[in-house]
Design a protein around this ligand. Structure first.
Ligand SMILES: *Cc1c(COP(=O)(O)O)cnc(C)c1O
Length: 819
């Protein structure tokens, strides 16, 4: 390379620094270093620069006595860090040059050997990660607080078509991205009893666990500021096992250690059943207590007193998992710092805000009073007192409305049996917060009309909508460099920080040359995915086919099964010789099922059986392929989503709170086929109804069907295509060695009421898929609409969402810089 090329020079210098790190920190010879060693060296180099920015940010905030936002979440699905760090430091091109100049592994291979930090289940955890990125980028003094799970979300493999779970030991090789904070340790106590003395109490706990802090740098983009994600690891108190250890009873010493340390071992699926429930409550309290102690410690260090706490901090509860915060902050302020109850309570309400993520009553978190009493006796008393004062207020405003009191109480004792009493964590969150929000307009509207209607009547000013968003840095710039380059050329680079600039793309939709370039970028992404699918599954995808993609957690309400019904219907039509000219498709699935969720696992199995049948049928040729890509996670999403032509967002109307997958797809130029659910509605409003395929029953129509008596069996009997499709599933056509395998799935739809109303939407779904086929057959028009989708997605940047939170929820408007 000519020495006059500045990038080549920078690349060579950067390479020299990587080699130095290889020698001094990794102890590896530069010329023979393998990808893992290169990954470590490069990460350490990048981390050095981030650490300096980090210290500077902390010093600035302390000096300014800045108001802080603390985002509390059980889950942070951050994915890989290195590529994001390189782009935040504007070093991606330099790093590319550093690797391409010499032989050996390519930069992309090095980036791909980083394991995902999969500290979350799905959308809720990924939202928290996108928000951290936006808070840092908007320069808000912000911290995330959560758990440092030794094993994150399980790794999924598929054996004979069925899901098998493995522990995801993402930390086995260590991670260059965490900074242990050995000085930051807080005790977290459990059990025992509480001695009351007037306003205050002395809690004589039965045991104490140590919470140890591990920090992760969250770099902002287009700014030198960085934020902190502080995760807690549980540790046994140092002295506890000394006696056993000294007497040589190592087994007992190890048992002690595990009893304490298992709190931060695994991430529970949020939809799991009783096993491990107690451990889950311990986890929630553990990270909440450590975080609040930490927050108060820092506040006291900066201000010397707690009277201005609510002026200086905002704490956000991501769903009810951290809801025990309300009681814990009251305990800390009153019992540990001697504040009067009334003063503590008025601060509390100004400090907390809460996001609800689901309307499904069965998913609303409650804890048995008995368990709470046993693990957290002092908190149970605090909750009773909050409840008493709250219910007094309610009965003064609505005298005699006993039914209202029962519905709204923090304690559910529906059947009157004291053993069945439960604490309603959502109610605790609402009563203890000054702002409550849903995550799309539809969800927020339904929230105040249904599950929280009584609260909305009491406190109308507390309820707001904050439609979710995604970070364009990860979901376009990093995941789709081909599209990013095109956008840069057409719009300049500013869209990364000001996504509304995508509007400028509207004119480009009618520019044939741009359309070709746009299509070419998509094609390269499809080749990249096809290559991966071939390596992982052996299935060969033709990149000229329409890539029809549904990737998300496997759940009945998300209706992957409706998608399968369409696939089988298509297959049947091909065999019958109708639809000979239907657009060739590759239907792509990915997603994990909670390990205890039988129906979801059956759906995965069915997808595999259908795929085996169809892909193995020579009559089908290239006209239909079905593939399930194992082990869905952030990094897979970054590869799959940019390759999609069609985005499947087909949940039963009224069930998906928002969705963020829907946003990532449209932003990457896929057209959506979807129901009037969650943020799909707002996507339609922004991209234009003519550029999206909306089908099926709306939320009010779903409700009306339910009340008028929904009869799925009649639909099954009267629709010949559906009848044939369901009979093939039920009759064992796809599972010839176990003909009854899918009888339960069939029954759930036909005989047990089809709770998520797949059959009610089936006919419209099939008809809408035909319109998709027809449009794809006119490539110019398809590309035009795909471009208009990208152009309309500016509103779905997480930066927009975080600005709204900063203004309406966290009282941080003054800290926002103008766009
Ligand atoms: C965006 C994302 C989700 C959420 O997808 P939905 O389609 O909104 O359910 C889940 N998992 C991962 C890894 C994601 O990136």
């Amino acid at each position: 390379m000519p020495a006059s090329n500045p990038l080549a020079n920078e690349g060579a210098e950067f390479r020299a620094e990587i080699d130095r790190k290889l020698l001094t920190e990794v102890a590896a010879e530069p010329v023979t270093a393998n990808t893992k060693e290169l990954y470590k060296a490069l990460s350490l180099l990048v981390r050095e620069q981030l650490a300096q920015r980090w210290v500077k940010t902390q010093v600035e905030d302390r000096k300014a006595k800045a108001r802080r936002i603390y985002y509390m979440s059980m889950e942070f699905l951050v994915g890989r860090a290195l590529n994001n760090a390189l782009s935040a430091l504007d070093l991606r091109d330099t790093a590319d040059a550093a690797f391409s100049a010499v032989g050996g592994p390519a930069l992309t291979d090095v980036l791909e050997c980083e394991p995902d930090a999969a500290l979350g289940n799905g959308g809720l955890g990924r939202l928290a990660a996108c928000f951290l990125d936006s808070m840092a980028t908007l320069e808000l003094p912000s911290w995330g607080y959560g758990m440092r799970y030794e094993y994150g979300m399980f790794a999924q493999s598929i054996i004979n078509g069925a899901q098998v779970e493995h522990p995801d030991s993402w930390l086995v090789d260590g991670t260059p991205w965490e900074f242990p904070r050995p000085g930051t340790v807080f005790p977290v106590r459990f059990g025992g009893s509480a001695e009351h003395c007037g306003e205050w109490a002395e809690w004589n706990a039965a045991e104490a666990v140590e919470a140890r802090a591990y920090d992760y740098v969250i770099p902002g983009h287009g700014t030198e500021r960085v934020s902190t994600l502080r995760l807690w690891k549980a540790g046994a108190p140092a002295q506890i096992d000394l006696n056993a250890f000294n007497s040589g009873d190592y087994a007992r010493a190890a048992e002690f250690k595990n009893r304490f340390e298992n709190i931060s071992w695994v991430l529970y699926p949020n939809d799991s059943t009783p096993a491990g429930r107690e451990l889950r409550l311990r986890q929630e309290y553990f990270f909440v207590s450590a975080s609040l102690q930490d927050i108060l410690f820092h506040h006291l260090e900066e201000h010397g007193h707690l009277n201005n706490l609510a002026d200086q901090i905002a704490i956000h509860l991501n769903d009810t998992h951290p809801a025990i915060s309300v009681a814990e902050l009251m305990r800390l302020l009153c019992d540990d710092y001697g504040m009067l109850w009334s003063q503590a309570w008025s601060q509390c309400k100004r400090i907390f805000s809460y996001t609800n993520h689901t309307l499904m009553p069965e998913a609303l978190e409650t804890w048995a009073v008995g368990l709470m009493q046993y693990l957290l006796p002092r908190h149970m008393r605090i909750i009773y007192r909050i409840n008493q004062e709250f219910l007094n207020e309610v009965s003064q405003r609505f005298p005699g409305d006993i039914d209202l009191i029962r519905r709204i109480s923090l304690i559910d004792d529906a059947d009157g049996n004291p053993d069945n009493k439960r604490v309603r964590m959502a109610h605790l969150s609402i009563v203890g917060s000054h702002r409550i929000n849903g995550v799309s307009q539809l969800h927020s509207d339904l929230m105040v009309q249904t599950i929280f209607a009584d609260f909305a009547r009491l406190y109308p000013d507390r309820f707001h909508n904050k439609t979710n968003g995604v970070t364009p840095r990860r979901w376009v710039a990093q995941a789709n460099p081909n599209l990013a380059t095109l956008l840069d050329r057409r719009l300049g680079k500013e869209w990364r920080l000001d996504l509304d600039r995508l509007k400028g793309l509207r004119a480009a939709a009618d520019d044939p040359e741009f359309r070709n370039e746009f299509a070419a970028a998509k094609h390269v992404n499809k080749l990249r995915l096809a290559d991966y699918v071939k390596r992982e599954t052996g299935i060969i995808l033709n990149p000229h086919c329409l890539f029809d993609v549904q990737v998300k957690r496997i759940h009945e309400y998300k209706r992957q099964l409706l998608n399968v019904l369409h696939v089988i219907t298509r297959y049947n039509a091909l065999l019958h010789g109708v639809d000979e000219d239907a657009t060739p498709r590759c239907v792509i699935f990915a997603g994990k099922a909670a390990s205890s969720y039988y129906m979801a696992k059956q759906i995965i199995h069915l997808i595999h059986d259908v795929a085996t049948t169809i892909n193995g049928d020579p009559r089908v040729k290239d006209r239909l392929k079905v593939v399930f890509i194992p082990n869905y996670g952030v990094s897979l999403a970054e590869m799959i989503i940019p390759a999609a032509n069609l985005s499947e967002q087909i949940s039963t109307a009224g069930t998906e709170a928002s969705g963020t997958g829907n946003m990532k797809f449209a932003l990457n130029g896929a057209l959506t086929i979807g129901t009037e659910d969650g943020a799909n509605i707002e996507i339609r409003d922004n991209v234009g109804a003519e550029n999206i395929f909306i089908f099926g029953n709306s939320t009010p129509q779903v409700a009306a069907l339910r009340t008028s008596g929904y009869d799925p069996r009649a639909i099954y009997q009267n629709d010949p295509a559906l009848n044939e499709t369901l009979n093939r599933i039920d009759g064992g056509f796809f599972s010839p060695n176990e003909r009854k395998r899918y009888h339960d799935l069939f029954n759930a739809l036909v005989n047990y009421g089809d709770h998520y109303m797949l059959l009610a939407d089936y006919a419209d779904y099939i008809a809408t898929q035909r319109r998709v086929d027809a449009l794809y057959a006119t490539p110019d028009e398809w590309q035009r609409r795909a471009i208009l989708n990208v152009a309309g997605m500016g509103a779905f940047s997480a930066d927009r969402t975080i600005r709204e939170y900063a203004i309406d929820t966290w009282g941080m408007e003054q800290l926002l810089k103008p766009i």
